[in-house]
Ligand binder design. Structure first.
Ligand SMILES: Nc1ncnc2c1ncn2[C@@H]1O[C@H](COP(=O)(O)OP(=O)(O)OP(=O)(O)O)[C@@H](O)[C@H]1O
Length: 453
C-alpha cells in the first residue's frame, strides 16, 4: 500500500560519494515516493539545500560527515536527518550519531526499512502536511531560517510583557509585520493597533497627529481632533520611522512615556493613555544620538527590548519558501496558473543580494508573474538587475574586455562547467533553446573536458 504520509512533495536529498550507490538509491527510492536529489559530497549538499530545502537528508558519514550532520541541521531545523553508515562503523561513531538525536541506516540498504523509518519519523515528529507548513509561518511572517526562528521567539516573549519595543532593520525586512505579530499575540489584541508613519508628517503636523488638537488651536482647527495616542487607548501604537520625529516632538514623547500623560495641541487638560508603544526604524538611532539628532534619554526609554530584523541576504535559505509563497499569492491575485519555479530561476534569486529585502523579492515575483506566459517562472521573467548578478563580478569584468564571440564562448563554457555539461540546465541558465546551445557549442568549437583535465 502506498503511504499517503510520504507525500509527493516530500523532498529527499541523498549524499554519497559513490556514483553507483547514488544510482542504486535512485532506482529503489524512485520519484513516485519523493522529490529526490542526489549529490556526491557535503559541499554540494550545502549548495543544493539553498534551493532545495529538503524534508529529509540522508548522508554517508565517513570523514567530515559527523560534523556535517550538525551543519545541515542549521539549514533545515525542521528536517529529518539520517546518517548512512557501514557495517564496520565504530561503536563510538554510532553513539555520537544517536547522542546527536539523529537516525541512522545501515548499508547495504533495506529500502523497505528506509521507507518505514521515514514514515515513522514523519508521523512522530508531526512535521507532515499542514502541521509542517504551519511552522514556516508565524502570524503573517514567512520564514524558517534560524534567525527568523529567533525573531519569533522574541516576539512571543515580548508580546506578553507590556514593555516598549524597538524594532530595527533595513527597509522591507518585515518590521511592520513583527509589530502586528506582537500586538495580535498580546493581551491587547482586541484593542486597536494604530500605525503612524512619523516620516510622513511635517514638523508642525506630527504633534497634532500624535497628540490631537483642541478646537481653535490654530487656524484651520475647526473642531477637536483626537490624536493617535488617544485612538490607541487600550491597544498598541506603532511609531514607524521613529528616527524622523523632530526634537521638539521627542520631548513630548519622552514625557508621555514617563508619565503616560499628554496634552492636545492648544489644550490645557492633561490626558492619560493606556497604549503600548512599539517603535520601528531603519536608521542607526545610536549614531543619531551621537550626532545629537536623537535624544539619548528617549533612545534608552524606547529601547527597553529590541528586535532586529535580519536582512534577506543573511537568511537566504528562506528565499525558496518566500518565492513560492509570493508566487501563489500573486497567481491568485492576477489569475494565473504558474505552478513551479525551476532550479535555475531559484538559483538566480538566491544569488541576488536583495537590498530592498522581502519587499523587493515580493515585487520581483509579482512582476515575473505578470510577464510569465507558461506554467513555470523562467529566467527571462526576472528583471535584468536580478539576472545580471547571476555571474561572479570578476567574470563579468573579464568578459567586458573580450571581443563579442570570445565573450559568448567564455560565457557558454562557464555555464557548461557550472552545470557539469548538463545541456538542459545549461540552456535554461543561458536562457536559450537547447538546440541553440548545441549549435553554439559547435560554432565556437567548445569541447567537453575529459575527466582528469
Ligand atoms: N517574512 C515575511 N514574510 C512575508 N512577507 C513579508 C515578510 N517580510 C516582509 N514581508 C512583506 O514585505 C513588505 C515589507 O514589509 P514591512 O512593511 O513589514 O517592512 P518594513 O521593515 O516595515 O519596511 P520599511 O522600513 O520600509 O517600513 C510587506 O508587503 C510585507 O508583507
Amino acid at each position: 500500500m502506498k503511504e499517503n504520509l510520504v507525500s509527493l512533495q516530500t523532498r529527499l536529498l541523498f549524499v554519497h560519494e559513490e556514483r553507483d550507490i547514488r544510482h542504486h538509491f535512485c532506482e529503489n527510492l524512485c520519484a513516485e515516493d519523493f522529490l529526490l536529489k542526489t549529490v556526491p559530497d557535503s559541499r554540494e549538499a550545502l549548495k543544493v539545500l539553498k534551493i532545495f530545502p529538503a524534508d529529509i537528508v540522508m548522508l554517508c558519514i565517513v570523514g567530515d560527515g559527523l560534523a556535517l550532520l550538525d551543519e545541515i541541521r542549521t539549514h533545515i531545523p525542521d528536517g529529518i536527518i539520517v546518517a548512512v553508515v557501514n557495517n564496520d562503523t565504530s561503536k563510538e561513531v554510532l553513539n555520537a550519531v544517536k547522542l546527536g538525536g539523529y537516525n541512522y541506516v545501515l548499508m547495504p540498504f533495506d529500502f523497505g526499512a528506509i521507507r518505514e523509518l521515514i514514515r515513522n519519523r514523519l508521523l512522530k515528529t508531526s512535521f507532515e502536511g499542514k502541521e509542517r507548513r504551519k511552522r514556516y509561518r508565524f502570524e503573517n511572517l514567512i520564514g524558517r531560517n534560524i534567525k527568523m526562528l529567533d525573531v519569533y521567539q522574541k516576539v512571543n516573549d515580548v508580546a506578553v510583557a507590556n514593555t516598549t519595543v524597538l524594532i530595527t532593520g533595513e527597509t522591507g525586512t518585515g518590521k511592520e509585520l513583527v509589530a502586528e505579530a506582537i500586538h495580535s499575540r498580546s493581551a491587547r489584541k482586541s484593542g486597536p493597533l494604530i500605525r503612524v508613519n512619523c516620516a510622513a508628517f511635517t514638523e508642525t503636523l506630527i504633534n497634532s497627529e500624535l497628540f490631537g488638537y483642541e478646537k481653535g488651536a490654530f487656524s484651520g482647527a475647526m473642531a477637536l481632533k483626537k490624536g493617535c495616542f488617544e485612538l490607541a487607548d487600550n491597544g498598541t501604537i506603532l511609531l514607524d520611522e521613529i528616527g524622523d520625529i523632530p526634537l521638539q516632538t521627542q520631548t513630548c514623547l519622552l514625557r508621555l512615556l514617563d508619565s503616560g500623560s499628554f496634552q492636545r495641541v492648544g489644550g490645557v487638560k492633561t490626558l492619560k493613555t493606556n497604549s503600548r508603544i512599539i517603535c520601528a526604524t531603519n536608521l542607526d538611532l545610536w549614531h543619531m544620538v551621537q550626532e545629537k539628532l536623537f535624544r539619548e534619554d528617549l533612545f534608552y526609554r524606547i529601547n527597553v527590548v529590541s528586535i532586529h530584523m535580519p536582512p534577506l541576504r543573511e537568511r537566504k535559505s528562506d528565499i525558496p519558501l518566500l518565492a513560492r509563497y509570493f508566487l501563489k499569492k500573486y497567481c491568485g491575485q492576477i489569475g494565473k496558473d504558474i505552478s513551479h519555479i525551476p532550479d535555475s530561476t531559484m538559483e538566480m534569486l538566491h544569488r541576488y543580494d536583495w537590498p530592498g529585502n522581502v519587499r523587493e523579492l515580493a515585487n520581483v515575483i509579482e512582476q515575473a508573474v505578470v510577464f510569465c506566459k507558461r506554467k513555470e517562472l523562467a529566467l527571462h521573467n526576472l528583471p535584468l538587475k536580478v539576472r545580471e548578478t547571476s555571474l561572479p563580478k570578476a567574470f563579468i569584468l573579464n568578459l567586458a574586455s573580450r571581443s563579442l564571440p570570445d565573450a559568448a564562448s567564455a560565457l557558454i563554457q562557464n555555464v557548461l562547467a557550472e552545470t557539469g555539461w548538463n545541456m538542459k540546465q545549461a540552456a535554461e541558465k543561458l536562457d536559450i533553446a537547447r538546440g541553440t546551445l548545441y549549435s553554439k557549442i559547435k560554432k565556437y568549437g567548445i569541447e567537453k573536458p575529459r575527466s582528469g583535465d
